[in-house]
Design a protein around this ligand. Sequence first.
Ligand SMILES: Nc1ncnc2c1ncn2[C@@H]1O[C@H](COP(=O)(O)OP(=O)(O)O)[C@@H](O)[C@H]1O
Ligand SMILES: [Mg+2]
Length: 265
Amino acid sequence: MTLTANNLTIRYGEKPIVPNLSITLPTGEVTALIGPNGSGKSTILRTLARLIQPSKGTVYLNGRNIAQMPTREVARQLAMLPQSSEIPANISVWELIGFGRYPHRSLLGSFSAKDIAAMRWALEIAGLEPLADRSVDTLSGGERQRAWIALALAQQTEVLLLDEPTTFLDIRHQLEVLSLVRRLNREHQITVGWVLHDLNQAAAYSDRLIVLSQGTVVASGSPADVITPPTIWDVFGVKMVVVPHPINGLPLCVPCDLGKTDESN
Ligand SMILES: Nc1ncnc2c1ncn2[C@@H]1O[C@H](COP(=O)(O)OP(=O)(O)O)[C@@H](O)[C@H]1O
Ligand SMILES: [Mg+2]
């Protein structure tokens, strides 16, 4: 499934945050949105998921105008992990994951065997089996993040949008989430769009990167095309050196300023 944004203008009130944006998340590819805080990444992802209405332009899901699709149909095909979510009070991890099955359930029906299988799968894959009965509001930040990821996975959609999915996670869980999503993408041709802050992780786990600054695409392409010192300097104002990763050869960027204040560095 391809997700395409055509000439989107997105505003909060009068203020245009994203002017005239056109991007595509191609079928079966992993596309990362990167850019500084406030560059519009979450706004764009939310608009792609139809949570925000653009004031101009159209989002197409496999060629269909998403604004004209029934909500349940969108939710069967597209899941979104928001950057932050309200925690419903007194709800268990298992119940939270169950929300992912709503778009698939018959209106009155209880969970089918297929629903339960999807929930068990999501629970296991997120490493949450021991916590299934725990109330979500008692979880640590990282456990909670994994519960939200499990909710999105239980939806079993062909398009997955993830806004900073590694937030709050320790390095092992970060890598687990990144490689899990990559594996789902490879095995099931899931189309992924995610916001990642770590440029090296974005480069290692994505097919394409889209670099945003003030709601505008300033670079896009393969990690090697995009992760270059001039682009990083232009967008983030940080001096980096880019070296090949010693094992996979992918671009690896490291700051030049290693904590020194001397401008000559
Ligand atoms: N609900 C909102 N109302 C008004 N302005 C908002 C709202 N959400 C985000 N913004 C503004 O829109 C811009 C882009 O925000 P956001 O999409 O969250 O950026 P990013 O995810 O790249 O950090 C920022 O200037 C932010 O302050
Ligand atoms: Mg954001």
